[in-house]
Write a protein that binds this ligand. Structure first.
Ligand SMILES: *Cc1c(COP(=O)(O)O)cnc(C)c1O
Length: 357
């Protein structure tokens, strides 16, 4: 099997050793001679998995017992609804920063549950930058932001100083860099971009922020129910949580967030330097807001795309076609992507320039 350089935006690349461990657990989990897929989620062996999956989040985020961690199905998209359902008081107002498609979808759900104040938006320039210097209303119940915009390739480099509870969709850059997690009241992330497979979403929330909305809560949508249930109020996404736990253990064993942040910066510098140097390509977003996870670029002559596609496919590169809203190319260089694969893409771009510039 020849090595494929997988730049998929999501579900994205996972470490090879995690895939191996995960596949082994499908046959024989924990030397039980049973598959992980056919045992009770309340078995002792699986309870250890859930406990580890919860505690490693707190450890990597360096937060204390004022936070709770649990995993839910429904993707990050369900959190677009659960966040306002659990934090937005009846007749209250929620503040949102609109930086792209995902933020827009989050705003849509919140509007169904209360008042929404969009504090700033970059829609005027097709979400190619991060708004800055906006005012945050002090009477809003929370401010919701998206740390990394997977589709457009922008990333918040400096989080706003926030006088109200700060809520963040970190789906596509969680644990890619150091953040001060104690500044956030709630962080959620669909696992399938940077920390695991599709099927589970991590939610970390400050306990004291809950139970204040005044609305009657449906059980499955109530964060407190999932906290009391120890992330097992109902059958959790057993396998995705297991693989997420393995991926986070891989991160920790290799040096944690400090290690990966450095590596991610090297990878991003490598590809952005080539985009800026190469006469055939250009980046799509404001330089100071460039994402270190999703690198979007276009060709000056789009008619050359057919030729370029042949080039990278021949080099065993996969998944760099851009999102339909942006076009061109998007190289997603998540935590598990080795720098060697980024170098292969850069070499392909150099070769292509030699032939077609
Ligand atoms: C992919 C993505 C989502 C949507 O995730 P689902 O798990 O498909 O619901 C939300 N926010 C961001 C930032 C994403 O990258």
């Amino acid at each position: 099997m020849s090595k494929i350089h997988n730049f998929s935006a999501g579900p994205g690349i996972l470490p090879a050793e995690v895939l191996k461990q995960a596949s082994e657990a499908c046959i024989n989990f924990d030397n039980m001679n049973l598959s992980l897929l056919e045992i009770s989620h309340r078995s002792k062996n699986y309870e250890a998995v859930i406990a580890e999956a919860q505690s490693i989040i707190k450890e990597l985020f360096e937060v204390g017992n004022d936070y709770e961690v649990f995993y839910l199905g429904g993707g990050a998209s369900l959190q677009f609804a659960m966040v306002p359902y659990n934090l937005l008081r009846e007749n209250g107002t929620a503040a949102y920063l609109n930086t792209g498609v995902w933020a827009t979808k989050a705003i849509k759900e919140a509007k169904l549950l209360g008042n929404v104040n969009v504090v700033a938006s970059s829609e005027d320039k097709k979400f190619t930058y991060i708004p800055k210097g906006y005012a945050i209303p002090t009477d809003a119940d929370y401010l919701h932001i998206t740390s990394n915009n997977t589709i457009y390739g922008t990333q918040i480099k400096e989080f706003p100083k926030c006088p109200i509870p700060l809520v963040c969709d970190m789906s596509s850059d969680i644990f890619s860099r150091k953040v001060n997690a104690n500044d956030f009241t709630l962080i959620y992330a669909g696992a399938q971009k940077n920390i695991g497979p599709a099927g589970s979403t991590m939610v970390m929330v400050k306990k004291d922020a809950l139970g204040k909305t005044g609305r009657k809560m449906l059980s499955m949508l109530d964060y407190n129910v999932h906290i009391k249930g120890g992330s097992m109020y109902n059958t959790p996404p057993v396998f995705p949580i297991y693989v997420t736990m393995l991926t986070l253990k891989w991160l920790k064993a290799n040096g944690g967030v400090a290690w990966i942040e450095k590596l991610n910066q090297q990878k991003a510098d490598l590809i952005y330097n080539e985009i800026d140097r190469n006469s055939l390509f250009y980046g799509t977003v404001a330089k100071e807001d460039r994402s270190n996870m999703n690198v979007c670029f276009l060709m000056h002559k789009p008619e050359l795309e057919i030729e370029f596609d042949k080039f990278w496919k021949d080099a065993n590169i996969s998944g760099i076609r851009g999102h339909r809203d942006v076009g061109g190319y998007r190289a997603s260089i998540y935590n598990a992507m080795p720098i060697e694969s980024v170098q292969v893409l850069v070499d392909v771009m150099k070769e292509f320039e030699k032939k077609f510039a």
